[in-house]
Design a protein around this ligand. Structure first.
Ligand SMILES: [Zn+2]
Length: 86
């Protein structure tokens, strides 16, 4: 299985609906699936999601690391700053 490092959600980045999943136990990934990738915290390398496919880790999926409290998002998701409001 491939390990993918996520990226830090930047300050001012638009909050998208879907919310942030909080990892309560640093020893357990928040999401577990049968996909191809493991997703790792950008800051401390902790395993946040296991067995996920890229299509499941879109811009609505954010994970707060249970070890270092960094909010992570998949690195493939482009940074979208909150400059327009609906
Ligand atoms: Zn971390």
């Amino acid at each position: 299985m491939a390990g993918k490092t996520m990226r830090r959600v930047q300050e001012g980045e638009v909050p998208l609906d879907g919310g942030t999943a909080v990892q309560d136990d640093p020893g357990r990934p928040v999401f577990r699936g049968n996909g191809e990738n493991d997703y790792l915290c950008v800051e401390c390398g902790n395993l946040l999601a296991s067995g996920m496919n890229p299509e499941h880790m879109g811009k609505r999926v954010r994970i707060r690391c249970g070890r270092c409290r960094t909010v992570n998002i998949a690195a493939e998701v482009p940074v979208e700053m909150a400059r327009r409001r609906l």
